[in-house]
Design a protein around this ligand. Structure first.
Ligand code: IMP
Ligand code: MG
Length: 187
């Protein structure tokens, strides 16, 4: 197998925004804050597949208090690339949320449409608390007023991939976050 750089994904990346070391450091910081804030609580980390799996996997190992994890699969209604905000639950949580302290773990907060719909939905299930941890935040793109309680990094309005984030289901396995070369998605 040819293993040269130009056969790999690195050639499609315009610029590395966040290195593996920076991402690891940030997970450690957020994990420590969560461990302090949720001490003695009944913490459940909820993540929406698939973009947040890498962040979830790294973050949960930086949390030093007992916690459970669960996953949801959702799909946006309507066609095209624009998020309508109305999502269909493809796979629901296995856990009853009543009385639990829910922390939604998200890869990136963009328009905020998906998450604002989801938080309403989960709030109706009677959790003790409901908060959001987002690795990345693009505040300039927000369409609904929503902020995360824990934010890793603010990023500019560019299309980023890696560390779970995809373009056309690819690049999720890049260990860093980078800006994708525009020619990749315009060709
Ligand atoms: P929104 O906040 O409802 O607009 O949707 C956020 C979702 O869009 C994220 O969970 C990602 O799956 C996806 N997304 C937004 N911006 C990017 C990006 O720059 N790269 C990859 N996926 C993105
Ligand atoms: Mg996502």
């Amino acid at each position: 197998m040819d293993n040269t750089m130009d056969q790999g994904m690195n050639k499609d990346i315009l610029k590395v925004l966040l290195t593996e070391e920076q991402l690891h450091q940030k997970c450690a910081e957020i994990g420590a804050a969560i461990s302090r804030d949720y001490a003695g609580r009944d913490l459940l980390l909820v993540s929406v597949l698939k973009g947040a799996v890498v962040f979830m996997a790294d973050l949960m190992r930086e949390i030093t208090i007992p916690c459970a994890i669960d996953f949801m699969v959702v799909s946006s209604y309507g066609s095209g690339v624009k998020t309508s905000g109305v999502v269909k639950i493809v796979k629901d949580l296995d856990t009853n949320l009543a009385g639990k302290d829910i922390l939604i773990v998200e890869d990136i907060l963009d328009s905020g449409m998906t998450l604002s719909y989801l938080t309403e939905l989960l709030r109706d299930r009677g959790p003790a608390s409901l908060r959001i941890a987002a690795l990345l935040d693009k505040p300039s793109r927000r369409k609904v007023p929503l902020r995360a309680d824990y934010v890793g990094y603010e990023v500019p309005d560019e299309f980023v991939v890696g560390y779970g984030l995809d373009y056309d289901e690819k690049y999720r396995n890049l260990p860093y976050v980078g800006i994708l070369k525009p020619e990749v998605y315009t060709k």
